[in-house]
Design a protein around this ligand. Structure first.
Ligand code: KG4
Ligand code: ZN
Length: 336
């Protein structure tokens, strides 16, 4: 089965082709135009997707060495995301599928992250606890073989990626600050300054997260320091902030696996590219005999291979005939 996947929910225009369960291409064009604004500007994202979508899809087909007519399924992100951005990829994909008279499968972006460890073998065993940590989401879920999942925890305020990006911005790092903070932290002392790890002590049975207190704490702390001190200790502060965020994520995910008696953990989303988060998870899981799955960094951040992969998993389970046009919220909103 050949599947074309398209992703356009935020600031990456991406198209991928799966041949069977092999990724034959995964083209990602990241919008650099947002950098000067220190965050994603929704209208610019929509226009960039519109400018890039045709050439990105063309390159994905060329690199996979496949003709449009040999595609069996077209899948695209149908939300959640920036609505204008989502609609560019979604409308393109639907029209493309319609013209080819092939089935179109709308995909939930967060679910695609949850199943992104199925892009490449070895795949996680079901049931597994999934931690999805991205710029917009922080979600713990218990996932079953039929692709159903129960959300057992989520952030009650900021997402983990947002915590990286916003505290990084306070330290003068460019957007998105997460990857830069990861690099700088390697030269810093994680115990230089203790920042809050919310909802941990006494919350063993509560799997929700909170990062807004950390943000306030970093802001209050920095306001008391001189620019020269901040400059001299930028790496230490990055390491200390990163330590607070990653410690909570690992602690709660392991507690959830233990509570639900699950022996497999899957981590995904942009923040799962963080080297300290990976190191802490590897250490904690190996000590407890838990199998750990984290995608390659290129599949951690937004990509279309994960969209095509979830379409593949659905097709393998006979679930795609249920995925009709009316199933996704962007369209349902117009149904009255
Ligand atoms: O999944 P993603 O590409 O897009 C969303 O769906 O949000 O995640 C982007 C987020 C950003 O907040 C970015 O700073 C963060 O992932 N991120 C990282 C790293 N790489 C990306 N955060 C920490 N360390 C990294 N190495
Ligand atoms: Zn994402």
């Amino acid at each position: 089965m050949n599947i074309l996947g398209i992703e356009s929910s935020c600031d990456d225009t991406s198209a991928a082709v799966l041949k069977g369960n092999m990724v034959a291409s995964n083209i990602i064009s990241s919008h650099l135009a947002h950098r000067e604004f220190g965050g994603v500007v929704p209208e610019i994202a929509s226009r960039e997707h519109e400018r890039l979508i045709v050439s990105v899809v063309q390159r994905a087909l060329e690199e996979a060495n496949i003709k449009k007519s040999d595609l069996d399924i077209v899948a695209a992100t149908a939300g959640p995301g920036l609505i204008g951005a989502v609609l560019v990829g979604l409308n393109f994909a639907e029209a493309f599928a319609f013209a080819l008279q092939k089935p179109f499968v709308p995909i939930n972006h967060i679910e695609a992250h949850i199943f992104s460890n199925f892009i490449e073998a070895p795949y996680p065993n079901f049931p597994f606890v999934s931690l999805t940590v991205s710029g917009g989401h922080t979600l713990l879920a218990l996932v079953q073989d039929d692709l159903s999942y129960r959300i057992i925890g989520r952030t009650i305020d900021d997402a983990a990626g947002e915590a990286f990006d916003k505290t990084g911005k306070m330290l003068g790092l460019p957007y998105p600050a997460g990857p830069t903070m990861d690099k700088l932290a390697r030269q810093g002392n994680p115990n230089f300054q203790k920042f809050p790890q919310a909802l941990t002590k006494g919350y063993d049975e509560n799997f929700d997260f909170s990062f807004s207190g950390l943000k306030t704490s970093v802001q209050t702390y920095l306001a008391k320091q001189t620019p020269a001190f901040i400059e001299a200790h930028r790496a230490d502060l990055c390491a200390s902030i990163q330590n607070a965020i990653t410690s909570v994520l690992v602690l709660k995910t392991i507690q959830a696996a233990e509570k639900f008696g699950v022996k497999t953990i899957s981590v995904a989303g942009g923040v799962s590219a963080n080297s300290e988060l990976r190191r802490k998870f590897e250490h904690a899981c190996s000590g407890k005999g838990i199998a750990l799955h984290i995608p390659k960094p290129i599949y951690s951040t937004d990509n279309a291979a994960m969209i095509a992969t979830l379409a593949r998993l659905k097709a393998e389970r006979g679930l795609i005939e249920r995925a009709l046009r009316y199933d996704y919220p962007a369209f349902a909103a117009f149904q009255g």
